[in-house]
Structures are given as C-alpha cells and as structure tokens.
Design a protein around this ligand. Sequence first.
Ligand code: HEC
Length: 219
Amino acid sequence: MRNVWRNTSRFAGLVASVLILVVVIAAWTRSPAAPRAGAAPAAPRRGDVLRGRYSVITHDCAGCHGGTNPAAQGWLAGVTSPEMEFKIGPFTTRPRNLTPDNGTGLGRFTERQIFNALRYGLRPEDTPDVVITSRTPGQGNFPEHPHYLAVPMPWTAWRYMPEQELWDMAAYLKRGLKPVSNKVLDSEGPPDFWASEYTDEKYGGAQPPAFPTANEQKP
Ligand code: HEC
C-alpha cells in the first residue's frame, strides 16, 4: 500500500513538474500581440528591404517612376523628361521622385504614409501619418475628403498586395535607395482629387471586391 502511495505521489510530482515546464515554455515562446491593422511592423530588417526591392522591380514601378534597372541613371527618381509625363484628359500627371531625398522625394514622409499611399491611394503630402482602419471617408481615420494619387498610379492594383509586401516596399524606398534630388512638378487633376474616378466600377469601386466575383470561382 505504502509503495502504491509513494508511486502515486511520485507520479503526481512528475505531472506537476511537466505542467510547470509547459507553462514556462508557453510563456516564453508566446508570440507577441498581433499588430493592429495598418500599424507599422517593428523596425524593418535587411530582409524586408531586399524583399521590397524584389517587389518594386517585379511590379515595374520604374516603368513610370524612372530608370530601367536598379543600376540605371534616374532609378525611381521621378520625371526627368517630358516623355515621362501622362496626359489624362485635360490634365498632365507626373510620376514622383520615390528616392528618400528630404526636399524632393519620399524623405519627407514616413513609411506609414507610403503604406497608406499604396494601400489606399492617399497622397502622402496631403494625408497625415495615421493608422487607417476603414475605407469609408470620415471613418477609421480615412480622410473625409480624400486626396487621391493621380491616374495612372496603379494603387487600385497594389491595394490587393499583402500588407507585409507593402511595408517591405516602403522600407526599400526609404532605406534601400540613395536620395536623389529631383523636383517633380505637381500633377494636375480634378477638384475632387480623382474621387469620382476611383469610386467608379472600372477600378473595382472604393471597396475592393471580395473573391470570388462573378468572373471568378472557388477552386
Ligand atoms: C503607370 C505608371 C505608374 C506605375 C507603374 C507606378 N506609379 Fe507610382 N505614381 C504614378 C504617378 C503618375 C504618381 C503621381 C500621382 C500624383 O501626383 O498625384 C505616382 C505617385 C506615387 C507615390 C506618391 C509619391 C508622392 O510623393 O506623392 C508613391 C509612393 C508611388 N507612386 C509608389 C509606386 C510604387 C511603389 C510603384 C510600384 C509598385 C508605383 N508607384 C508604380 C505612376 C505610376
């Protein structure tokens, strides 16, 4: 009887030790709280910058923003000749300088402002550095009267990219490029800052349509 009792208590002791160990390990390895939507991830690491470089190159941002490859003259430095401008109806629009120059490029803006430009199409110059949680004007920090980036900046496509990919591109533009001083004249545009253009169905509307649409099917 005594043996049984001794074995049982030894067994209970073992179970208790294992339980304590599990709790300690769980507390140790617990992943940090999930970041709020639109909140900047922790300081970007080198990997983020290189992934951002890959996304910028493969999405041909330079096709409009300048340069033919990362070693070429004018890489992402914005309009340097009139052929790089766009004529959209009566308006001339101009791809901006995406290098981190403080006076003429993205140096003036935070990575979150760049993120908000790519995800929501909001002009960093006119949009405060805030976490945006809604696509409805006036709600969740989305501006009541949004100033959108001029056509043909394809943010209505970039908004489908995973959030991390957008942050990686912002990290590359701010930290992985040398600043180039190149002043690009402001784009022209309609008084509503393209709002009626972008809420049009041809761009998918203000809220990007969920999968599957009428053209798609569940695999
Ligand atoms: C088809 C041409 C085109 C492509 C491709 C393009 N952009 Fe643009 N982008 C523009 C134009 C035009 C503007 C200027 C909009 C304005 O002045 O309102 C712009 C503006 C921007 C801005 C705002 C800069 C500022 O100072 O206000 C950012 C950021 C940006 N683009 C990033 C990108 C990135 C990143 C890519 C690739 C993933 C990209 N663009 C691809 C045409 C383009």
